[in-house]
Design a protein around this ligand. Sequence first.
Ligand SMILES: O=c1ccn([C@@H]2O[C@H](COP(=O)(O)O)[C@@H](O)[C@H]2O)c(=O)[nH]1
Length: 238
Amino acid sequence: MRNSLIIALDFPNKTEVFHFLDRFNGEKLFVKVGMELFYQEGPNIVRELKEEGHQVFLDLKLHDIPNTVKSAMRNIAGLGADLVNVHAAGGIRMMESALEGLDAGTPAGQKRPFAIAVTQLTSTSQQEMQEWQQIKLPLLDSVAHYAAITKQAGMDGVVCSPLEAALIRDHLGADFLTVTPGIRLSSDDVQDQVRVATPGSARESGVSAIVVGRSITRAQNPYESYQLFKTEWEGVTQ
Ligand SMILES: O=c1ccn([C@@H]2O[C@H](COP(=O)(O)O)[C@@H](O)[C@H]2O)c(=O)[nH]1
């Protein structure tokens, strides 16, 4: 889990996913299944990726009443994902229920997936957060608040931007996971992301794992792009 580079498989269907993965010469990866792929292919896509030997982050960002999230997590736990998530904005009771569902649904002898919570989406700016969510705090304080309640609920860590990871580590400890999307090489287009950083800067901030999507999946040569990200993330000097 730690020091992982997670590739976001934001593709419309599994045909495109497996065509993409064919370029990786059989390398076992850490991949992310998000809403686009999951809503097309259903739970079997997680099982298939696991059967191929990949680690899977199932990024469904659950946010509902505690009982519904608990029941959903009970079902999710059986899929074999390594990492799952909810929105911290659902609150402490919802996150505690998510963990209860995961514990109840994890098959005997298996380890329950790591469970993390989204603080503020990396596509959100401070101005948008203040206007649209009516949160009058600085964005950093809002992220710190959501991270604190996530830890209080007993979860394993958060999704945040790399810009907030050092603060969270300082306040909540190095064992608390910081999984960070919003990762771009300095030459990349940021697209709809707002709070971004390079893989090297994420590493220096002590991030636990980075998530990279379009910069790899939409690259002319995805494997080459993956290697570029990996080299910078791992701090390998040429
Ligand atoms: O705050 C968040 C939470 C999740 N994501 C997801 O990560 C990837 C990022 O993809 P890029 O193409 O590298 O921007 C994507 O699947 C998002 O759904 C996020 O970006 N920010």
